[in-house]
Structures are given as C-alpha cells and as structure tokens.
Design a protein around this ligand. Structure first.
Ligand code: LLP
Length: 431
C-alpha cells in the first residue's frame, strides 16, 4: 500500500483496501473451513470507510444505501458509526428496523412502489413516526395520502443530469426517476400542506469517478437552486439529499476517489442553503470490505485463452455479466511459485456465455484446485446473487470467521415448489 493511499485520519484507515492487502493465508483458511464459493467480508473496513466519509462530510447527514450489502451486521455497524440507512424496498426497511435502527434514521426511497411495499412501510411508520419516505412521482404522493400517511415526506426530483460507471446505472435524468424540476415546486407546496415536508432528493447514478465530478456538481447546483426557490416561496427545505454514487477503484492501478475533493465540490456547488446536506453512499461503504473466493475445478487450453472453470459465476457475482464490470482477481496459491503468466478467462458453471468473471486476463497459469480471490466484491456482490440454474447462493463470513449468511442448500432452492405429496398428478386425484 503506498503512503499516498493513507489518510491523516488513522481511524479511517487507508483510502482504499486493495485485493493484494488481504491476507492470502487467512483467505485460504476460510475457504477450507466454509467451502467455496464464499464471500468474505470485513466489518472493520466498513467502520473505516464510514469514518472517512464522516471526516469528509462532517456536517452532512450520511445515509448508507442498504442495497449494496444488507447483512444485519453491516446495518448495525454503519449505524453505530453514525450513519442513517436509506432503503429501497419494504424488505430493506424491515431489515433496518429489525437491526435496531430507530425510525428517525430510516428513509424509504419509493420507486414505483408496489402496493405491498407501501402497506408495509406505512404500517412501520405508525410505530416509527419519524421514518422518512422519499417519493418520486405525484401518484406516489397520492397513494401515500390514500393510506393515511402524513409523516415525513421527501420529494425526489429529476435533476436532468446523471452519471455512472455504466449506462444501466445512470439514474439522474432518466424519466423513470423523480419529478421534473419544473413540476417540483407545485408538488413540494402540496407536500408541505399535507405532510411534514422533509426536503428534496436526487441521485445521479452509481460508480461516479473523479471524471464524472462535473455532472455530480451540476446535479448539486440544480438542487441548491431548487432549495433556494422553494425557500423564497415560503417552503422550508429541511434537507437537500444529493444521493450517493461515490465510486471505488476496481482496477488495481486506478486511484482512490478523492473524497475530500468530492465533498468540497459538493459544498461549493450547493451554495448557501438553510437546510442540511445529505448524501447516500452505498458502494463506497462496503465495496472494498468484501472479496469473493472461488475454486478452480477445470483448466482448459483453448486456442485463444486458458479457460479456468470455477465454482462461482454470474449467479454468485452478477456485475461482470450485467455491466461488463471489472473486478481484480488474484491467485494466492500461485504466489512464490514459478508459473508463467497467461491470458486467463474465468468461467462459471452456468450455461451462458455471459457467465464469465473476466476474459483473457493476464494471470499466473491456473491449476486445478487453485483458490482465486475476486476483489471489491462487498458491494452489490452477495446482494445480486441469484438461484438461477437452481444453484444455491453462497455463504458469507466475516474475516474473523463468523457466519453472516449461511450457504443455501439444494433444499432451500426448491423450497417454494408445491410439496410433492400435495401436488395432484391428475385432477381426479384431488381430494
Ligand atoms: N441512493 C439511491 C436512491 C440509489 O438508487 C442508489 C443506488 C444509491 C443511493 C447508492 O449508490 P452507490 O453509492 O452504491 O453507487 N447494481 C449496480 C449499482 C446500482 C445502484 C442503484 N442505486 C452495480 O453493481 O454497480
């Protein structure tokens, strides 16, 4: 780790934890004990990331976007570090409350909310009246009112500008999200009459790098202008929530995001406002706190590449298949061995060509039984895992060896099928 990756805040740790910083022997031990594929997660690193965020945004409300990693221990850790929780569904709201997070520190961001979500969240609000709901459409406001909600409501606006690591994660500016800036004042006035108006919100997208800072700044500037317009119309704006999206370096050689520069740009673009700034990072809090371990089961010399067949695939870590995302890969078993470097394609067990963790990556020549570590898997790794191909989801453990989520079994995968005994084979067999 180079000295420029360290911050002055020792309790905030280095600006980034690289894949090479993980102790290979410890990863080996965990893989032996729990099997593979296996997510390994370090809550200590989560604390460091929270502390650096707090140091960069000392006056802001920092809400952790729970969707990046919802394990109960993560929600507890980030809340213990002073972060609130931003939830994307009724399920996340329930998990945050179940983890002991008080309603005042829970925000539900409703995107085309299914009726069931609204019912569960409004019900939760009755016993947690300080909970905040962010609505991004006039109809969502109507539907909340119809259900008797008159609590804290934040308005999501469409800032007309967005950013992100891939077109599929750019939200700001997409018509799916938020109320147009032109229509926001009227809806805010209505919200201020009917609810406890808790401010305005927008989210540019996910995985914003230093290069996207201009878009982030423009989004913040537009929100600042809207806040001042609303104030001038006599509508106090408690919070200006500029969303999350802070990127992390997935490539080993990429620099860490300069969080202080992002914070400085945010404050400058926001200008003077009466309310409080809020940010909603997810990835930044958990990405480098997790690695994925997978074992090589098959090695094949193809004409163009060496294919390493592994036991993790797109059902374990979806990001490469879905976004062509790059994740660093390390072969700790090859360290200290004389292996030549070859172009390696790491392929999972799913019968889809997209089921590749990387293609033709220069790596030590793989051997059957090697353990591979995949970096920056803490954010949107386990969370996007699926049981496609009837493949059980992996286990997740902490670096200390505590089980966060147990490995699913084949029985888990088929548990929603109708029980064999009660499935009539022919109509006349029905009781
Ligand atoms: N706030 C809102 C309203 C969001 O929708 C999101 C992410 C965040 C905050 C947190 O964004 P973050 O700081 O984590 O970038 N599955 C994709 C990422 C999708 C993010 C969706 N919204 C991926 O693996 O890259």
């Amino acid at each position: 780790m180079s000295s420029d990756e360290r911050t002055d805040e020792t309790d905030g740790g280095p600006a980034v934890r690289r894949l090479t910083d993980w102790d290979g022997d410890r990863l080996d031990e965990l893989a032996d004990e729990y099997g593979t594929p296996l997510y390994v997660f370090d809550p200590v690193r989560v604390r460091e990331n929270c502390r650096r965020l707090r140091a960069a945004f000392p006056d802001a409300e920092i809400q952790y976007a729970a969707k990046a990693h919802t394990a109960r221990e993560t929600l507890r850790t980030v809340h213990d570090e002073g972060l609130a929780i931003e939830c994307a569904s009724a399920g996340e709201v329930r998990r945050a409350l179940d983890a002991g997070v008080p309603g005042r520190d829970v925000t539900y961001t409703a995107v085309n909310p299914p009726a069931r979500d609204l019912e569960v969240v409004v019900d939760a609000w009755r016993s947690n009246p300080e909970l905040t709901i962010t609505a991004g459409a006039a109809n969502t406001v109507d539907r909340l009112e119809e259900r008797g909600f008159d609590g804290r409501l934040r308005l999501r606006v469409n800032p007309g500008v967005g950013a992100g690591h891939h077109e599929k994660v750019v939200t700001g500016g997409h018509p799916k999200f938020g109320v147009g800036l032109d229509r926001a004042p009227a809806l805010a006035a209505r919200a201020a009459d009917t609810f406890e108006f808790a401010g305005i919100h927008a989210h540019a997208g996910s995985g914003i790098s230093g290069e996207d800072l201009a878009d982030h700044r423009e989004l913040v500037r537009r929100l600042g202008d809207l806040a001042r317009d609303l104030e001038a119309d006599g509508i106090p704006v408690e919070t200006v929530d500029v969303g999350g999206g802070f990127g992390v370096p997935y490539r080993e050689e990429a620099p860490a995001l300069d969080l202080d520069a992002v914070a400085e740009a945010t404050r400058e673009a926001l200008g003077e406002i009466d309310g409080r700034l809020a940010v909603e990072p997810g990835r930044y809090v958990v990405a480098d706190a997790g690695v994925l371990l997978t074992r090589v089961n098959t090695v094949k010399e193809a004409p163009s590449t060496v294919v390493a067949g592994v036991d993790a695939g797109m059902t374990t870590l979806l990001r490469p298949a879905m976004y062509d995302a790059y994740h660093a890969v390390r072969n700790p078993d090859a360290i200290g061995q004389e292996r030549d470097t070859v172009g390696v394609t790491i392929a999972g067990p799913v019968c889809e060509t997209a089921d590749l963790l990387c293609e033709n990556r220069p790596l030590p020549r793989p051997e059957r039984g090697d353990l591979l570590a995949v970096g920056n898997a803490g954010a949107y790794g386990y969370e996007m895992a699926s049981t496609y191909n009837s493949r059980p989801r992996p286990a997740e453990v902490t670096l200390d060896g505590e089980l966060l989520r147990r490995r699913e079994t084949l029985a888990d995968v088929s548990r929603f099928d109708r029980a064999k005994d009660s499935t009539p084979r022919r109509p006349e067999e029905e009781p």
